[in-house]
Design a protein around this ligand. Structure first.
Ligand code: ARG
Length: 451
């Protein structure tokens, strides 16, 4: 027995056959079958709710639940199970299979429920699990960043503004910068999870249900933190999907910046990093390639929801592919990022060399003059003139002679050369958040504990 078109679902309301093309256009089973397992689990929860409300006898609910369990097992072992089904969506598929197994008793399961609260419940269950998976992937990516930082505690690289060398920073400081971004991403997903993990079931089509179903008990059984407070809202909003796509977009944005940094630093021009063959394809590094795809899903979800009158609209069936692909893309990108990070080699000599050339210690010279009593603005101007002079002579600041330096300011003494060294330039950035080796070492420990 099959459940072709809408005939079985709406059998009583409609008399004619549904047009084939129309049915296909409406059908979501091709993609929403990914909700199969959560749909069955939510149905088991609903079945218990109906038994508690005495809509089903204990015997009926046990019969339905064992059939649902068998359907779940079959779906998870038999890959052909979904093949010939012409169901409109995953909910009608599961119900049709149930009715095949237990007949009329199975037809009682949809009491006090609608596909509207069902799909919202399924999607929330599904997203909750994806969020937990993504949080773990974020943590692994953070761990690989920390490992990379720990492997190179004293290597420096130039820090850039507008890709101009500005000031030296520790390579570990750069690693920790991305680690912080991913930490906030993880927090964001934790935040999204709280709002995802609310049970809509019991809202039915849009007005709520008249059966005395214990929604709190169903919520507990399905691992939800609470129940939705308004049935219209519960079946009609997809803000939780949009939040998810937004948190995912931020991850992708961060990963794309990390990827571009790695791409730049691996070029012949920079030469700080080297990628091993495992991850060096022609146009490598997926995260920067795939971020636009996730941003697109975010905009698609917003556009789908904009202006939709309450409550449920079939437009919302469009949420699934966006949400599924967002989750898949973020997970895959995080995994690839971790792989790339495990396969980069730092060319410490070249990086430190770059960090010591190009007047990256100019700010340090200004700070030196400030320590000697010169107002910062004046120090800034003085250093500007010294840099022009050094450029004309084709030397670095610390290669100018003392007399030469003194001609710009009498405040400059022989101790200036210590101040201009790479070690000193780094060491003086010792306030919290700075790149001084002692601060970075502390941050490394702190970041590990926070993981
Ligand atoms: N497959 C549908 C969806 O994804 C289920 C809800 C159908 N509800 C309805 N009133 N037609 O949104």
């Amino acid at each position: 027995m099959s459940d072709r078109g809408n005939k079985n679902l709406w059998g009583g309301r409609f008399t004619g056959e549904t047009d084939r093309g129309f049915a296909d256009y409406n059908r979501s089973f091709g993609f929403d079958r990914r909700l199969f397992a959560v749909d069955v689990r939510a149905s088991i929860g609903h079945c218990d709710g109906l038994a508690g409300a005495e809509v089903l006898t204990a015997g009926e609910s046990n019969e339905i639940k064992s059939a649902l369990q068998a359907i779940l097992d079959r779906g998870q072992t038999d890959t052909n199970y979904f093949d010939d089904a012409s169901s409109e969506d995953v909910h009608s598929f599961v119900e049709a299979r149930l009715v095949e197994m237990v007949g009329d008793t199975g037809r009682k399961l949809h009491t006090g429920r609608s596909r509207n609260d069902q799909v919202a419940t399924d999607l929330r269950l599904w997203l909750r699990e994806e969020i937990d998976r993504i949080a773990l992937a974020l943590r692994s990516a953070q761990e690989t960043l920390l490992d990379l930082a720990a492997a190179h505690p004293d290597a420096a690289i130039p820090g850039y503004t507008h890709l101009q060398r500005a000031q030296p920073v520790l390579f570990a400081h750069w690693c920790l910068a991305y680690c912080e971004m991913l930490a906030r991403d993880r927090e964001r997903f934790g935040d999204v999870r709280q709002r995802v993990n609310v049970l809509p079931l019991g809202s039915a089509a849009l007005a709520g249900t008249s059966y005395p179903i214990d929604r709190e008990a169903i919520a507990r059984a399905l691992g939800f933190d609470g129940i939705s407070r308004n049935s219209l809202d519960a079946v009609s909003d997809r803000d939780f999907c949009i939040e998810f796509a937004s948190a995912a977009s931020l991850v992708m944005m961060h990963l794309s910046r990390l990827a571009e940094d790695i791409i730049l630093y691996s070029t012949t021009e920079f030469g700080f990093l080297e990628l091993s063959d495992a991850v060096a394809t022609g146009s490598s590094l997926m995260p920067q390639n795939k971020s636009g795809r996730v941003f697109g899903h975010l905009v698609a979800l917003l556009t789908t929801m904009k202006g939709l009158p309450l409550a449920y609209n079939k437009d919302m069936q469009e949420d699934k592919e966006a949400v599924f692909d967002t989750a898949d893309t973020v997970s895959a990108s995080l995994a690839v990022t971790a792989t790339v990070l495990r396969n980069v080699r730092l060319n410490k000599a070249r990086a430190c060399e770059a960090a010591s050339h190009g007047y990256l210690n100019a700010t340090e010279l200004a700070d030196y003059l400030v320590r000697k009593g010169m107002p910062f603005r004046e120090a800034h101007e003085t250093v500007g003139r010294i840099v022009v002079h050094a450029i004309e002579r084709g030397v670095e600041l610390d290669e100018l002679g003392l007399a030469d330096l003194k001609s710009f300011s009498r405040l400059i003494g022989p101790d200036v050369f210590d101040s201009l060294s790479l070690e000193q330039t780094l060491a003086t950035k010792s306030q919290s958040g700075g790149t001084a080796p002692e601060r970075v070492a502390e941050e490394l420990i702190s970041a590990r504990t926070r993981l």
